[in-house]
Design a protein around this ligand. Structure first.
Ligand code: CAO
Length: 418
């Protein structure tokens, strides 16, 4: 028995933010029914294609464990089928451009009327306000949610990060809202509207930078090794910006990822200085306390880097970890793909796809002891259309054939089943 077994999700998501959410719910055991436009499907099936005529990794890595039905929801028979799906499912998740579901004829009020227990969950770029009607992609959210202005070096431009905090981050927030709404429904008996704006999701993840913005009113942020005599939270390179200073220092090898991120907790200073051959700095009042070191963090990390340059990043990590010093090598995606520990825990999984063959994906990042997430292949476009109509909606074969004839399920318009 899985955590969300028995829960049916009507999945109207596409691209990344929504699919991240419904994939997580599928791994938790929900039956995720992905509704796709006949003949086209989720646009990402055909984006960033690496193998001709095969669903892209973009799609396969975000849609595992789901079922796919093709349905034209603007066709009259398609609308009737959609109504039956709404009545049969527990959650509807969508991340269309603002107003798209309303234009289809299914505003929240109608959905509630059709199924008062329905949880209707949406991702949009912005919440109510001047930008609520805007279409939004990942980097727009990173820029408007405060992440880009605080990422990068202080003498360079704002930067976006490779972690998809706008898309996948908001999908994660939405999944959390859906699970809470499902829990509340147990006692209330009612569904509810769950909305996650990408700007809000990014800001939630960048909240420490809003903390710093307010601290600026009381003086410079001394833990950042950049000029903080400014009135906006600055970009501070690789500085941790937290209570414990940190920096990415170079290691042996000289490659683009031969770096280790090191943190100087107060008890670690003495060990660092022994390793670096500078024992005289352990008790020197100019260096021995966190407050004394703050104005010269650059110099502290330069001293540490002289030592790390004599070790590979893995050697440095082993030596520092043996003394409980928090640190971490900068790992490339190539290294992560080969990391045995991540394979062992199911965080990196090899999946077999019917037309692609084997590929790697990221599995469930949260481990539940009683609800194991087994990653299965993503569905082919419309792979489960008939199965869903017959088993979930209880349509007769005659009704399914009529639906094919109407064009609601796509081409061939007159496909018949026995
Ligand atoms: N049958 C018939 N029509 C369908 C359908 C189906 N099964 N599925 C989708 N459609 C229609 C929609 O109704 C919509 O039509 P209208 O414009 O006539 O209302 C149309 O397909 C396309 O929807 P869209 O506007 O959402 O798609 P887009 O490619 O133009 O925009 C995106 C994409 C992501 C910018 C936009 O959906 C958006 O802003 N979403 C909210 C924010 C979000 O999630 N962004 C993250 C995306 S991941 O980087």
């Amino acid at each position: 028995m899985k955590a969300l077994e028995g829960i049916k999700i009507l999945d109207f998501t596409h691209v990344q933010s929504g699919p991240t959410c419904t994939q997580l719910l599928a791994w938790l055991g929900a039956d995720v029914i992905k509704v796709e436009r006949p003949g086209i499907g989720d646009i990402t099936r055909g984006q960033l294609v690496d193998i001709p005529d095969v669903d892209s990794l973009y799609f396969t890595m975000l849609n595992s464990n789901k079922r796919s039905i093709t349905l034209d929801t603007k066709n009259e028979t398609g609308k009737e089928i959609l109504i039956r799906l709404i009545k049969s499912c527990d959650v509807l998740v969508e991340n269309f451009a603002p107003g798209a579901l309303d234009r289809m004829g299914f505003p929240w009020e109608r959905i509630q009327e059709l199924n008062p227990r329905m949880i209707y969950a949406s991702v949009k770029g912005f919440g109510p306000g001047p930008y609520e009607d805007c279409k939004v992609y990942e980097n727009v959210a990173q820029c408007t949610g405060g992440a880009a202005s605080t990422t990068g070096f202080d003498d360079g431009p704002p930067l976006v990060t490779g972690a998809q905090i706008g898309d996948s981050g908001t999908g994660l927030h939405l999944a959390f809202g859906i699970v809470a709404a499902l829990f509340q429904r147990v006692t209330s008996g009612r569904g509810q509207r769950v909305q996650a704006a990408m700007q809000d999701g990014v800001l939630n993840l960048a909240r420490v930078k809003l903390r710093d913005q307010q601290r600026l009113a009381h003086g410079p942020l001394t833990e950042y090794p950049v000029n903080t005599d400014v009135d906006e939270t600055p970009r501070a390179g690789n500085a941790s910006g937290g209570g414990q200073p940190g920096w990415a220092v170079r290691t042996k090898g000289g490659g683009p990822n031969d770096y280790i991120y090191v943190i100087i907790q107060p008890p670690g200073w003495a060990y660092y200085m022994e390793l670096c051959g500078r024992p005289e700095l352990v008790d020197d009042p100019e260096w021995s306390t966190p407050a004394a070191r703050l104005p010269k963090l650059d110099e502290c990390f330069k001293i540490i880097e002289e030592w790390t340059l004599t070790k590979t990043k893995r050697e440095a990590m082993d030596i520092l970890n043996a003394r409980d010093i928090p640190c971490g090598p900068i790992l490339s995606m190539k290294e992560i793909a080969d990391e045995p520990a991540l394979r062992n825990t199911g965080t990196i999984v090899e999946v077999d796809h019917p037309t692609r063959g084997k590929y790697l994906t990221v599995g469930m990042p949260v481990k539940l002891s009683d609800s194991e997430a087994k990653v299965q292949s993503s569905p082919l476009l419309g792979e489960h259309t008939e199965e869903i109509l017959l088993d979930v909606l209880g349509l007769s074969k005659k009704e399914v054939n009529a639906a094919w004839k109407s064009g609601a399920l796509g081409e061939p318009a007159a496909k018949a089943i026995d």
